[in-house]
Design a protein around this ligand. Structure first.
Ligand code: DAH
Length: 363
């Protein structure tokens, strides 16, 4: 029988010299595989006398175990080597300066919408959303603007082609149809705001064909004009960030409210700039009133039981005033330089006091 010791030395040396995992595997097969040298020796045990078996058996077993261990440990160390090489070649240099990325910002109109929504939701209003392609019924008729009513002409409406029944849909000209949708869908009391896009065929420095409004509606028992006034005053103070803001309710006419008023805020015009909260001039910011009994009847409410108020505020106008942006059309020109100047970072908490560079009207 071959000298087991020298066999072990030879194979262990081969393993130590194996350059990669394949080489180790080849050695394993050649020595420990079915027809390997060690396996053949094991087979020879069968032909031995019991004394020889007693002597060689344990030694052969020992050899087999040692070699198996040696194969495994060589494999392990080659794998570790491989991993280390990989880690080295794929390492990230965290000292490199980061690649520049373009940061987006929040459009001023979105910002105003969020702010207005926050102010009203804090007062207990919930937010209602509805379609921009609206039915004539919700946009006009149910709001007490029947066919041939002069107010229809005032709205410069974008109409869709008539359907087979002769009905035309419209791009909603205001957010007021959300009053009707809300009241037909639920049960009073209602306290909602409806911010969103609105459309009219009109374009100049203070009008764009698409613009934004927020509608508010409160319906309950015993609601009166005092509630309306308080609500609007609170909103203006919070939005324009001044407690001393001057507000005026000027009698007006809207078909869906009676009485109706327009709300002006006190301001000064100086060197082409508008200063909110100062001076003796007035600027119109919204329409409002007590919901017309006819509107309540159109949504099956009994006016002797339920009353309420509504108002509609132009959000683009509000943004122009708050940040002194002179031309409404710039909002929608998609000019990145302009948007970078007036836009807000996602984590900004904009406030007149922190945006001094573009503020008009804050002291
Ligand atoms: N819908 C009106 C407009 O677009 C604004 C308005 C006025 C809304 C009075 C109201 C309101 O809810 O009561 O001009």
């Amino acid at each position: 029988m071959q000298d087991l010791q020298s066999l072990e030395t030879e194979i262990t040396a081969n393993l130590a010299g194996a350059a990669d995992l394949d080489a180790v595997e080849n050695i394993r097969i050649a020595e420990l595989g079915k027809k390997g040298r060690v396996s053949l020796l094991m087979r020879e045990l069968g032909k031995m006398t019991p004394e020889e078996k007693k002597e060689f058996g344990p030694k052969l077993n020992q050899l087999k175990n040692t070699l198996n261990d040696a194969v495994q440990s060589r494999k392990d160390s080659l794998e570790t080597e491989l991993l280390n090489k990989k880690l080295q070649s794929e390492s990230v240099d965290i000292t490199l300066s980061a690649a520049e990325t373009d940061l987006g910002s929040i459009h001023p109109i979105t910002q105003v919408m969020d702010e207005v929504t926050e102010i009203f939701t804090e007062m207990g209003f919930s937010v209602a959303e509805g379609p921009e392609i609206e039915e004539d019924f919700y946009n006009f008729t149910a709001l007490n603007i029947p066919e041939e009513h002069p107010a229809r002409q005032m709205h410069d409406t974008f109409y869709f082609p008539e359907d087979e029944e002769g009905n035309r849909k419209v791009l909603r000209t205001h957010t007021s149809p959300m009053q009707i949708r809300t009241m037909l869908a639920g049960e009073p009391p209602y306290r909602i705001i409806a911010p969103g896009r609105t459309y009219r065929n009109d374009s100049d420095a203070t009008h764009t064909p698409m613009f934004h409004q927020v509608e508010a509606l409160v319906i309950d028992k015993d609601i009166h004009m005092g509630h309306l006034k308080w609500c609007i005053e609170e909103f203006c103070k919070k939005f324009y960030e001044r407690d001393d803001i001057k507000i005026r309710f000027r009698p007006s006419y809207f078909p869906f409210t009676e009485p109706s008023a327009e709300v002006d805020i006190g301001c000064a015009f100086e060197d082409g700039e508008i200063l909110i909260g100062e001076g003796d001039d007035w600027l119109e910011i919204m329409g409002c009133g007590m919901v017309n009994e006819r509107v309540l009847e159109n949504v099956n409410l009994d006016p002797s039981e339920y009353q309420g108020f509504a108002f509609g505020l132009g959000l683009d106008r509000a943004a122009m005033l708050k940040w002194g942006i002179p031309d409404l059309r710039d909002f929608f020109a998609a000019d990145l330089r302009w948007l970078k100047h007036y836009g807000f970072q996602a984590l900004d908490i904009p406030s007149l006091s922190t945006r001094t560079s573009v503020v008009r009207g804050s002291k």
